[in-house]
Design a protein around this ligand. Structure first.
Ligand code: PMP
Length: 381
C-alpha cells in the first residue's frame, strides 16, 4: 500500500496507541468522581493539559479538549460572534474563502442568524495579506478568520501579520491551525489569535480528539459553552472527559516536539524529490495554490485533461491512496471550492486536480511509484 493522504488523516503512532491502551485498561475512573481512581484520571488530564499547553506555549487554563477540530472551530466562532454582538460591537466578520468546511459551514450558520460575512479570495499572486483584511473591514466588524495552512493546496497564510492587525483594530481573530502543527516550525502559541484550533488525527493521534485555545483580548469576550451539563473543562465544555484520548493527544504532542525538526527536514527532502520527478515525467501538470508560501508536505496538482475521480479509482486499483481536493466533504469528489477561490476562470482545474500529502512514514520510493503510476495511467496502461 502507498498512502499519500496524510492531510486527510495520519496513522496512530505506536507510543500513542500504548498510552491509550494503558489508559483504557487501567484508568477507567470518572475524572469527576472524588475517590482515588477518579482523582487519578483527573490528575492525568490536568498533566496532559499542562504538558500540551507548555509545548504550544500557552497558559493551560486557555486550553480546552474537544471532540476534534470541527467542534473547536464551531465553538470558537459561534461564541465570539454572539458575544461580540451581545456587547454591541457589531455583526460583521471577514474570513478567507478557503477555510475548511467546519469553519465555512459555521460561518454560513452565523449568516443565517443575522451576521454578515465577507469572504476574501486569494490575491493575484495566490496570497493573502493583512491589508486585504483591513480593506474588507467596516464599522461593525467584529472578527477575522484565517487558517494557518490550507489543507488542500498547502498554502501558508500570514497569520502573524493578520493577527497583529486584528489586535490593533480590536477584532477577535480565529485561526484553524490544524494542518500547521507539524508542517511549519512556528512557535504556535505566539500566533496573535484569540482562538486557535488543533486536531489529533493530523498529528498521529486518533480521530475524535482535538483542542481549542482561547485567549480573548478583552475580558468581556468570555467563552460561551457549546455543551451544557456537568461542568467539565472549567464549566466550558460539559461531558465526561475522554481520558484515554486526552492522554494519547498529549503523547502525540510530546512526540511532535521531539521530532518536528526531523519531520520538516524529511518533508523538504521529499518535496524536492517529487518536484524533480514531476519535471522529468512528461506529464502535463500545474501546481495549485500559493507558489511561494507553501508547506512541503501538501501538494495539489492539476493534471490537465484528466478527470480526478477517474484517476483516484485507477490509483486505488494500484493500492495507491490519495485524494482529489479535500477528503473532508463526506467522501464526495466534486468541484473543489478551494480551487474555485484560487482559479475562478479555470473550471477544468476544479475537478482535474489531485492532492498528495506526505507524512513521516512516506519514503522516496512511495513518491516514485506514485508518479510512475500517473505516467502509466496517462499512457492508458
Ligand atoms: N480544519 C482543517 C484545516 C482540517 O484539515 C480538518 C480535518 N480535515 C478539520 C479542520 C476538521 O478536523 P476534525 O476531523 O478533527 O474535526
Amino acid at each position: 500500500m502507498i498512502y499519500l493522504d496524510y492531510a486527510a488523516t495520519t496513522p496512530i503512532d505506536d507510543e500513542v496507541v500504548e498510552t491509550i491502551q494503558d489508559a483504557l485498561v487501567h484508568n477507567f475512573g470518572n475524572p469527576s468522581s472524588i475517590y482515588r481512581i477518579g482523582k487519578k484520571s483527573k490528575r492525568q488530564i490536568q498533566n496532559a493539559r499542562t504538558s500540551i499547553a507548555e509545548s504550544i506555549g500557552v497558559p493551560d487554563k486557555s486550553l480546552f479538549f474537544t471532540s476534534g477540530a470541527t467542534e473547536a472551530n464551531n465553538w470558537a466562532l459561534r461564541s465570539q460572534a454572539y458575544q461580540a454582538r451581545k456587547l454591541g460591537l457589531g455583526n460583521h466578520i471577514v474570513a478567507t474563502a478557503i477555510e475548511h468546511p467546519s469553519v465555512k459551514e459555521e460561518l454560513a450558520f452565523l449568516e443565517q442568524n443575522g451576521f454578515q460575512v465577507s469572504y476574501l479570495k486569494p490575491d493575484s499572486n495566490g496570497a493573502y495579506t493583512a491589508e486585504a483584511f483591513r480593506n474588507a473591514s467596516q464599522a461593525g466588524t467584529i472578527g477575522w478568520v484565517a487558517m494557518a495552512v490550507n489543507n488542500e493546496v498547502g498554502s501558508i497564510l500570514p497569520v502573524f501579520e493578520i493577527g497583529q492587525a486584528a489586535q490593533v483594530a480590536g477584532y477577535w481573530f480565529h485561526v484553524d491551525a490544524v494542518q500547521a502543527f507539524q508542517t511549519v516550525d512556528w512557535d504556535m502559541g505566539s500566533i496573535p489569535a484569540t482562538s486557535l484550533v488543533a486536531s489529533g488525527h493530523k498529528i498521529y493521534a486518533p480521530k475524535g480528539i482535538g483542542l481549542l485555545i482561547y485567549r480573548p483580548w478583552r475580558e468581556e469576550m468570555i467563552l460561551n459553552p457549546l455543551l451544557h451539563g456537568g461542568g467539565q473543562e472549567a464549566k466550558q465544555r460539559s461531558g465526561t472527559e475522554n481520558t484515554p484520548y486526552i492522554l494519547g493527544l498529549a503523547k502525540a504532542f510530546e512526540l511532535l516536539k521531539q521530532e518536528r525538526a526531523e519531520r520538516l527536514a524529511h518533508y523538504a527532502h521529499l518535496a524536492q524529490h517529487f518536484k524533480a520527478l514531476l519535471e522529468t515525467s512528461g506529464l502535463a501538470i500545474a501546481m495549485n495554490g500559493d507558489p511561494h508560501n507553501r508547506v512541503n508536505n501538501i501538494h495539489s496538482i492539476w493534471l490537465l485533461g484528466q478527470e480526478a475521480s477517474r484517476l483516484l479509482i485507477q490509483l486505488d486499483l494500484r493500492d495507491i491512496y490519495i485524494s482529489a481536493g479535500s477528503a473532508c466533504s463526506a467522501g464526495s469528489v466534486s468541484d473543489s471550492p478551494i480551487l474555485q477561490a484560487y482559479y475562478p476562470e479555470e473550471p477544468d482545474r476544479w475537478h482535474e486536480s489531485l492532492r498528495v500529502s506526505f507524512g513521516k512514514q512516506t519514503s522516496e520510493e512511495d513518491i516514485t511509484q506514485f508518479v510512475n503510476a500517473l505516467i502509466q495511467i496517462q499512457k492508458g496502461r
